[in-house]
Design a binder for this molecule. Sequence first.
Ligand code: NAD
Ligand code: TYD
Length: 382
Amino acid sequence: MARINKNTQSTNLVIYKQEKDNSMILVTGGAGFIGSNFVRDWLALNDEPVINFDKLTYAGNLSNLASLEQDPRHIFVRGDICDTAHISRLLAEHKPRAIVHFAAESHVDRSIHSPGEFISTNVNGTFSLLEAARAYWSGLDGDDKSGFRFLHVSTDEVYGTLGPNDPPFTETTPYAPNSPYSASKAASDHLVRAYFHTYGMPVLTTNCSNNYGSFHFPEKLIPLIISNARAGKPLPIYGDGMQVRDWLYVGDHCSAIRRVLEAGRLGKVYNVGGWNEMANLEVVHTLCDILDTLDPKASGSYREQITYVQDRPGHDRRYAIDARKIERELGWKPAETFATGIRKTVQWYLDNQAWVRDVQSGDYLKWVEKNYAARDTAQEQK
Ligand code: NAD
Ligand code: TYD
């Protein structure tokens, strides 16, 4: 059966893929927030199957993929990217035409409490995956070899922090990671780069800003605020709440990755962002205001639950992405504004309360206890 690609842009890679009857891709970390959005979107747009390789850590959740349970195009394999032998067996068995690498430890606060896991998965795991991919790719020939891609999904946090008037990060901004998380991602980016320059492996790297959307684990700011607000709990703002992030709707991140996979230049880096810089306090106010409309409290506003707590150590003040390269070279730009994306997101959380309850498992509760109990409530509620 020929696989049909419904993307409109036609490239050699797409034509190659359509002609190759049994093509498939391997995704790592596809049971997490962005990975599961990517896999669902991919299978909604393509018939090309996905092997989804995920360790199922606290952040990986098969219920994120429940809609694909009966879908033969989705092959889930539980495994650890540190296990080179396991990945090598999978590559030999399924012969994917590309690897899209999402698997990582992803939460900055957790990296401050327990950096070891971040080094193990993000650095050693990416290395193991690269080694398995290199051996596999080296054994390919012809179109299979030239068409192969390794796409590494990374973060804007590798570039460090910006002052209020600094220009946004470009692909040539020097790396200056400040947290164990961003340092581990920076290390993985460097390894990916080295595999291109040393071995000629066909790699691509994307560095993206903060994502938000459905299936976002409620340890991160936006889903945490929505679930705490509805539970009548404090809405914790680290420090003064004036740290700035660029926010990108997860569906837009997935479309950027598809586009880079399809047409990105080998060995190149593409910054992906939403042109949506906002201070955390403004994000939290927006969430409270939407909830006040969609799910009002008996009296008062959700804003009354805002509580200032002790800041994150080494907290980066500002991230901002210059996403002009991906627009100029590949014609990608985000489809959602923050106003449209955040409303959809709040509505999704209101419609999927069972999912939130399920992920708030024993491990989640232990994490909340550890992260927030140690923080002094910095000031009175404002
Ligand atoms: P997540 O924490 O929600 O999911 C990570 C997934 O990786 C989980 O399913 C987990 O089970 C899996 N995993 C962890 N360790 C593994 C291992 N050793 N072997 C196999 N699987 C393992 O993360 P996310 O927010 O979906 O982020 C995905 C990727 O995107 C990460 O590489 C992250 O650095 C990057 N990124 C995230 C954001 C963001 O805002 N969330 C922004 C830019 C880049
Ligand atoms: P987060 O969602 O953890 O993403 P990242 O640290 O990767 O940017 O946090 C987003 C911002 O929100 C960050 O500046 C830290 C802040 N924050 C809070 O103020 N309170 C919280 O409880 C959390 C989890 C984050």
